[in-house]
Design a protein around this ligand. Structure first.
Ligand code: HSE
Length: 290
């Protein structure tokens, strides 16, 4: 039997759409063993919303590792314990994919190396920004090269805290991607290249004064704001009480605030603004992990 623990992730970090993500200290756990048939049990959040048949994402991801390794998969016994809320922008689907792939790889004696695992999970998920930090931790910048997935991991600064306001409603990533344009202006592309580059430099140098001015985006957040009531007000007011950067977490609806101090005021303001807009939410204080 193998057991793997996969962290939640927050993708995009504002301007790094489909490119950057950060692992957070909230986890799903996958226990997996060989079995003559498929036997899946689930505990934790969203346990009644998750399939326990062959359509289960963890199982499907695991099966792809068996296929790649040329091993027959007669069935599996799995217990999934979930802390990451489903369809809220905290990487629950990435955690399922990574959990399935890593557990199956461990069970088979590691036929795939890290690069192969990174490429497989990105192919399954469609983009690397959640799956890569879920796989290797830290803050990861990733994208496809001509032949391979290119990625680089940054160690998060020790002072950095991540406060997330998780609304009660679900927002499917598919729906949050359907509102995105197929083309953007040259000015908006330039704006995001500039901001994303400065986000990376400020994270590398732990220059949080700079970071506080550059977590801005023009490629996805403006188009998604109608799907998250109060999003713009929450960004503005949470910045006013001292958050370094406030952005949509992944495809939403969760909002992420990065802080060093003032975390009480930041957490209270996030809760307050969502409440004013009639959105019930849970605020959690997390930290980025390596
Ligand atoms: N980069 C993705 C998005 C993350 O914003 O749609 C969610 O899968």
């Amino acid at each position: 039997m193998v057991k793997v623990k996969v962290p939640a992730t927050t993708a995009n970090l504002g301007p790094g759409f489909d490119t950057m993500g950060m692992a957070l200290n909230m986890y799903n756990t996958v226990e997996m063993d060989f079995h003559h048939s498929l036997d899946i049990t689930i505990s934790g959040v969203g346990m009644n919303d998750i399939d326990t048949d062959e359509t289960n994402i963890v199982y499907q991801a695991a099966k792809m590792v068996f296929d790649k390794a040329g091993q027959e998969c007669k069935g599996l016994r799995m217990h999934l314990h979930n802390e990451i809320p489903v369809a809220r922008g905290l990487g629950s689907s990435a955690a399922a994919v990574v959990g399935g792939v890593v557990a199956a790889n461990n069970l088979l004696g590691s036929p795939l190396n890290e690069q192969q695992l990174a490429e497989l999970v990105t192919e399954i998920e469609g983009h690397p920004d959640n799956v890569l930090p879920a796989l290797i931790g830290g803050i990861v910048i990733a994208g496809w090269g001509k032949e391979h997935l290119l990625y680089h991991k940054i160690k998060p600064g020790a002072q950095l805290q991540a406060i997330v306001a998780i609304p009660e409603f679900f927002l499917a990533t598919k729906k949050a991607r359907e509102v995105l344009p197929t083309q953007v202006s040259f000015q908006d592309a330039l704006f995001n290249v500039n901001r994303a580059s400065l986000v990376v430099s400020s994270l590398l140098t732990e220059n949080y004064e700079l970071l506080s001015e550059v977590m801005e985006d023009r490629l996805h957040q403006p188009y998604r704001s109608d799907l998250i009531p109060g999003m713009n007000a929450l960004i503005e007011r949470t910045k006013q009480v001292g958050a370094i950067g406030v952005v949509l977490s992944g495809a939403g609806p969760t909002m992420l605030a990065l802080t060093i101090d003032n975390s009480d005021a930041v957490a209270a303001t996030m809760q307050q603004v969502f409440t004013e807009y009639g959105i019930r939410c849970t605020v959690r204080r997390l930290v980025p992990i390596m």
